[in-house]
Design a protein around this ligand. Structure first.
Ligand code: HAM
Length: 427
């Protein structure tokens, strides 16, 4: 028989306590900031009907990156590769009862069949923060401010991350009016620009020539522009460019200055209709986006209901962890257990259990030795688990109500009575 591998499935991770500790740390920051802005947590199923993604998620993800199969009842289903279609479905379903604007967040795990590499795995967790039924640019500003605040709450400095902004309305004006491209070619050009950083310049140029022919130089010149006021006049007058200008003004008033206009920022999804943005590390060690999002005003209506505007972002745990590691912002592992009670002999375990129960009622997290191992080995176990305090139970402790509580880091010991243990450990 073939021996089974102990490794997790390709592109997925096991979370040992040290990893889960980091994951929980990241999630707790995400949750706190989302809630500070008035967002409530929701969740949805991990499996959806495949049609949900066929509508507007985009060819690349649906054709190449989904885990799809037919269930035993003959339905085509897909493990969620993103959360946006699910939340749009949930909003469409309850739209009559909801009070808009709706502000919701979630941290689902998602699966995409990708080639595992730095910043890209097959399973990742993604904070999703979305607002529905808010049309003004202040909604964009709020969403981007949340992304910004999550970064600073981790201790990131403004100079160490950059928010890139673009607008699908502006892109559409370029494709349709400025370059006079038909819908199909425009779509292809969008995908090509999306891949710009991943392919060689010569390859990009060849593809571009094929798509825009005589407009090649016009298009190349346009793509080199990185300021809105340097765009051709006719493009500066479009709604997309005006929205970008306005949004940047609002953000600057909120002291968010690490923003840049990026005409090449496309975002792969077909559902975006207005502002799109991504957040990047300024350090080249992490080239993948930390966040990506945008406005999607026509997604809720795919369910045959009246229009409800949407806007939000997704932020992945993999890229965030890499970022925090790069900047030395990860916390040191600390066990959730406060105290390990060791026993000099098995006959003291009953006493230890009773003491543990008493301390748990006072809020101390206590693990008790259940083995007949030597005391030294028990202490080593506690230390290896990262438990900060130990307490050894023997004849003296049972009789005297005096307990020697030892701090394993400082190696200092304090003698207290039963009533003083909790205070010493958790303050
Ligand atoms: P996305 O750009 O595909 O957007 O993903 C958002 C973020 O999730 C990325 O910037 C990255 O941090 C992380 N991410 C995506 N794929 C992977 C992967 N294979 N491995 C590790 N991390 C990954 C969306 O999914 C949109 N639905 C976000 C959104 C919400 N737009 C509006 N609301």
């Amino acid at each position: 028989m073939k021996t089974l591998s102990t490794k997790p499935y390709k592109g997925t991770r096991d979370f040992y306590p040290e990893d889960q500790f980091i994951q929980n740390y990241i999630f707790s920051h995400m949750r706190r900031v989302a809630e500070q802005f008035g967002y409530s947590e929701y969740n949805g199923p991990i499996l959806e009907e495949t049609d949900l993604y066929r509508a507007k998620t985009g060819e690349e993800i649906v054709n190449e990156q989904t885990y799809s199969f037919t269930d035993r009842g003959g339905r085509d289903v897909t493990i969620r590769p993103e959360m946006t279609p699910t939340i749009a479905r949930m909003v469409a379903q309850k739209r009559k009862e909801l009070a808009f604007p709706v502000r919701w967040y979630s941290i689902p795990n998602l699966m995409r069949y990708e080639r595992p590499q730095r910043g890209r795995l097959r399973e990742h967790w993604q904070l999703n923060v979305d607002i529905f039924g808010a049309e003004s640019l202040y909604a964009e500003a709020e969403i981007i401010t949340i992304a910004h605040r999550i970064m600073t709450s981790f201790g990131a400095k403004q100079k160490n991350f950059l928010i890139r902004l673009n607008n699908r309305r502006l892109i559409n004006a370029i494709m349709q009016d400025y370059l006079s491209l038909d819908e199909k070619t425009a779509h292809k050009l969008g995908k090509l620009i999306d891949r710009k950083e991943k392919i060689k310049v010569t390859e990009f140029d060849t593809e571009l020539k094929k798509l825009v022919n005589k407009n090649f130089t016009k298009c190349k010149n346009l793509l080199a522009i990185n300021k809105i006021n340097e765009l051709p006049k006719e493009l500066q007058d479009t709604q997309g460019a005006r929205e970008l200008n306005e949004l940047i003004k609002i953000l600057k008033k909120q002291k968010i200055t690490n923003i840049t206009f990026d005409l090449t920022l496309m975002r792969g999804f077909d559902y975006y209709t207005g502002t799109v943005f991504e957040v990047f590390d300024t350090n080249p060690a992490n080239r993948r986006a930390l966040f990506g999002g945008g406005r999607y005003d026509d997604l809720v209506d795919i369910f045959g209901v009246e229009k409800v505007t949407g806007l939000g972002f997704g932020m992945g745990d993999v890229t965030m962890r890499d970022y925090l590691e790069t900047y030395g912002l990860l916390p040191k592992y600390r066990s959730v257990t406060d105290l390990y009670i060791c026993t000099f002999d098995e006959k003291y375990i009953d006493f230890a259990l009773e003491l543990a129960s008493y301390l748990r009622n006072q809020g101390v997290n206590v693990a008790v030795n259940l083995t007949s191992k030597k005391i030294g080995q028990q202490i080593k176990t506690a230390d290896k688990h990262g438990i900060p305090f130990i307490e050894c139970i023997g004849e003296d402790e049972v009789k005297s109500d005096k307990f020697k509580v030892k701090d394993l880091k400082t190696r200092k010991e304090k003698v207290v009575n039963k009533g003083g243990i909790a205070k010493l450990i958790i303050g």
